[in-house]
Design a protein around this ligand. Structure first.
Ligand SMILES: [Zn+2]
Ligand SMILES: [Zn+2]
Length: 291
């Protein structure tokens, strides 16, 4: 069962593959009673300062409204196929080594989009020129192409776009190289971030396997597990929470809200069972402050 929490430590904006701008997300957070928020765009920190500006402006205009706690963050794709996602809370958005790595990753993304569009064309699927142009901007990924295919009527849902064309092994799939997970943990840690493994059950649904991976990544500086995420089922949330606590790690939760209308995620909505979100947030904030 999913429930609504006042804390959401994992959402996406138009700066990566979300559908809402940082300003729209902020307005939504206010409407939905969210008191702490982390914008974790994929492989970019470009939205962090945008969101900070939005919040500063709102607080100047509405000095009496309670401040929303905002955590500057990123979601970094690492590991085989880029499937291991790392959340870097409190990341230094000006860290030169991180920015250089992210630049290279963005260029890889653009190159990959180009090659996917080329493969689609060879199969007789041609998107409008202006749509293709949009898809070649930095920050685009397969989700954007899936959405464009759906909007062009080529498929009915984004999932169908992946199942028919974009998923590994399908007719328009192009592989990308990603850094190993431990290297990502080290990169983010060196950039001042407190690093949490995102949606761990997606990566390893076996408790023993996940525990072993977690212990290995702790050597590189991993600080926590995102136990509460829509991908975790009723049992998984509590056992990931258990693994994290038994290893002395932080526990976090996030909706992974992207603003997709045909998707059931909602800001603040996560599996039930997160006993003390505020207490866990305080521990995360304390760790970030100590860094
Ligand atoms: Zn993710
Ligand atoms: Zn995400």
């Amino acid at each position: 069962m999913s429930i609504q929490y006042p804390i959401d430590l994992h959402i996406h904006s138009t700066v990566s593959d979300g559908l809402e701008t940082p300003a729209e997300l902020y307005a939504r957070a206010r409407r939905e009673g969210i008191t702490a928020l982390a914008l974790c765009d994929h492989d970019t920190v470009a939205g962090v300062k945008v969101m900070q500006d939005v919040i500063r402006t709102d607080q100047q205009q509405n000095p009496d409204s309670p401040p929303l706690r905002y955590l500057p963050s990123i979601e970094l794709s690492t590991g085989d196929g880029g499937h291991a996602h790392l959340l870097g809370y409190g990341v230094d958005v000006d860290d030169p080594r991180l920015l250089e790595t992210l630049d290279t990753m963005q260029q890889d993304r653009v190159d990959r989009c180009k090659r996917i569009l080329c493969l689609l064309r060879k199969q007789g699927i041609r998107l409008c020129c202006h749509v293709e142009e949009e898809l070649l901007r930095p920050g685009t990924g397969r989700a954007h192409i899936a959405r464009a295919l759906m909007e062009a009527g080529v498929v009915n849902t984004m999932q169908q776009a992946f199942d028919r064309y974009l998923a590994r092994g399908k007719s328009a799939y192009i592989a990308r190289r990603y850094m190993p997970i431990a290297e990502g943990v080290r990169l983010l840690t060196a950039a001042g971030a407190t690093v949490v493994l995102a949606h761990p059950s997606r990566l390893n649904p076996d408790p023993q396997g996940l525990r072993a991976l977690t212990e290995e990544l702790m050597q590189a500086g991993l600080a926590g597990l995102e136990a509460f995420h829509p991908s975790a089922n009723r049992q998984q949330g509590p056992w990931i929470d258990g693994i994290a606590r038994s290893l002395g790690l932080l526990v976090t939760g996030g909706s992974d809200y992207h603003g997709d209308l045909n998707c059931c995620t909602r800001m603040g909505r996560m599996p039930s069972g997160w006993q003390d979100p505020e207490g866990d947030l305080q521990k995360l904030l304390a760790r970030m402050a100590a860094r």
